[in-house]
Design a protein around this ligand. Structure first.
Ligand code: SAM
Ligand code: SF4
Length: 496
């Protein structure tokens, strides 16, 4: 099969049509623009009412989201930031989850104007990792850095089809590294890959996919057409828009939305993300597991002079607060595209961040070669999709998170015990998940500290765990049983 034939056969029109209503998708550009305008002068009283309602942990009405987006008064914005931090605490407690991306390939048939990996960009070295190379990368991540969760990332190309994605995922799960008493294992693999047909998605489900992420990039149809040339696979807007619907139909119940901020008006994109969550809820009774907010970054030999909607730092922080309130049950991911100061200023509204990130193909093995000589620790523009803002180690990032009062959770038990999809969402919305996860977070964090922490990270981490334990003890028997507490104390003693 040639690349052209592969592309022609990939998109299944009937797998788009089944979700359209009267031939239309659920994003009505004009209606969104009108709603933003119609709610652009909401009174502070109305804003406060909306904020209050957000504490019910339900998806917000689109008119209310539009009203929040219109706020410019700094004092009122401060109230919204405070509410966003409180809602994060209510649903997810002080936990922050860390992960790392593993880029498997840089070959891509698409021509997204903002991406270094776009076809025809000769500044990029094209590579598809072999299964052995994928394993080598995963071993570095699991036993040298100490990650337990990955998001594996792929360009769109016949060499990296659903079978390749499934095989690479299985290979990562297969490592049970004896280094440091067997701690070197990856417990959860999320996937960020181009939209697949249902048949391909079933393969990913069978290989044990965690969350399936597909970012719409921009919800605005005209802008979408401009940045994704017609005739390319990615040029098909509804195929991408319904990628997560197909995933749900394929039995993958944790799906993740995202928009690439900078392509179009950020207010429109937030409305799009909420509309996406609403359509998923309407059809499947379940919204997105996480929301990602990538912001445009420089990439090798990539011209950005056409960009008219760069998002300022202030607007970026605010849009994160609005998403926190609008889709309050969802995890919110901020990535190392951003600089440390930016991440620090939003992390209390977010639930996940990456750490020790390398986005070059094969870059983890380059940075931790078998022999110390020759380690490459700088960014390699020619191998990366875009450049990073934060390249600190997991250890340094954990130290910072602990200093800010966070517990870093390496727990993936929810997935092994079937707490995914609707079950976890119901638990999150009712506040129950906070309790479940609190216990596991303590144990898995202590485990990481013992195995990987350097310098004073272990001492600092253990202190915050002690504080957490006091809180847990005080909540017996209201939220925790005596048996749970005993189990936890014993577990901690054993690890320590
Ligand atoms: N090729 C797949 C796709 O497009 O869905 C896999 C994901 S791509 C490698 C990961 C994400 O990176 C894209 O969905 C996009 O949002 C983001 N991205 C692409 N170029 C970027 C840039 N210059 N700056 C920041 N993020 C970018
Ligand atoms: Fe390819 Fe994804 Fe980059 Fe587009 S964003 S060029 S699809 S890797």
């Amino acid at each position: 099969e040639t690349t052209a034939q592969w592309q022609k056969n990939l998109i299944k029109q009937d797998e788009i049509d089944r979700y359209l209503s009267s031939g239309k998708d659920f994003i009505d550009d004009e209606a969104i623009e009108n709603e933003i305008k119609a709610n652009s002068s909401a009174s502070p009283e109305r804003i406060r009412e909306i904020v209050k309602k957000a504490f019910d942990i339900k998806l917000m009405d689109s008119a209310d989201v539009a009203a929040l987006l219109s706020v410019t008064d700094p004092a009122l914005k401060e109230e919204i930031f405070a509410a966003a931090r409180e809602i994060k605490m209510k649903v997810y407690d002080k936990r922050v989850v860390t992960f790392a991306p593993l880029y498997c390939s840089s070959k891509c048939v698409n021509a997204c104007s903002y991406c270094g990996f776009r076809c025809g960009n000769e500044a990029i070295e094209r590579r598809v990792l072999s299964l052995d190379e994928v394993e080598a990368e995963a071993r570095v991540l699991a036993s040298k850095i100490g990650h337990k969760r990955l998001v594996m990332v792929y360009g769109e190309h016949p060499d990296t089809d659903a079978d390749y994605i499934a095989e690479t995922m299985c290979r990562v799960y297969s490592i049970k590294d004896p280094v440091r008493g067997g701690v070197g294992e990856i417990r959860r693999v999320n996937i960020n890959a181009a939209p697949l047909p249902i048949e391909g998605l079933v393969k990913l489900r069978e290989a044990g996919i965690g969350t399936y992420q597909v970012f719409q990039e921009t919800y605005h149809h005209d802008t979408y057409r401009k940045v994704h040339p017609e005739g390319t696979l990615k040029g098909n807007y509804p195929w991408r828009l319904y990628a997560l619907h197909r995933a749900m139909d394929a039995g993958i119940d944790d799906v993740a939305v995202g928009a690439l901020f900078g392509l179009y008006d950020w207010k429109f994109e937030v409305m799009g993300l909420v509309a996406h969550a609403r359509d998923l809820e309407k059809r499947f009774g379940l919204g997105p597991h996480t929301v990602s907010v990538p912001r445009l970054e420089p990439a090798a030999d990539t011209d950005f002079s056409w960009v008219k909607h760069w998002v300022s730092d202030e607007d970026f922080r605010y849009l994160i607060a609005v998403i926190r309130l609008a889709i309050p049950y969802a995890g919110l991911i901020v990535t190392n595209r951003e600089k440390p100061e930016m991440i620090r200023s939003v992390i209390k509204m977010c639930t996940q961040r990456d750490a020790d990130t390398r986005v070059g193909i094969g870059a983890y093995s380059d940075a931790f070669p078998e022999t110390e000589a020759g380690a490459i620790n700088h960014q390699q523009e020619e191998k990366q999709q875009f450049m990073l803002g934060d390249t600190r180690s997991l250890d340094a990032i954990i130290r910072e998170l602990v200093d800010m009062g966070h517990i870093v959770s390496f727990c993936t038990a929810g997935y092994r015990c079937g707490r995914t999809g609707k079950k976890i969402m119901d638990a999150l919305s009712s506040g129950q998940e906070g309790c479940f996860c609190k216990l596991n977070a303590v144990l898995t964090f202590q485990e990481w500290l013992e195995d990987f922490a350097t310098g004073d990270t272990k001492e600092k981490g253990s202190k915050i765990i002690d504080k957490e334990m006091e809180e847990i003890r005080a909540r017996v028997p209201a939220d925790f049983s005596k048996a749970q507490l005993e189990h936890l104390e014993k577990g901690l003693l054993r690890i320590r």
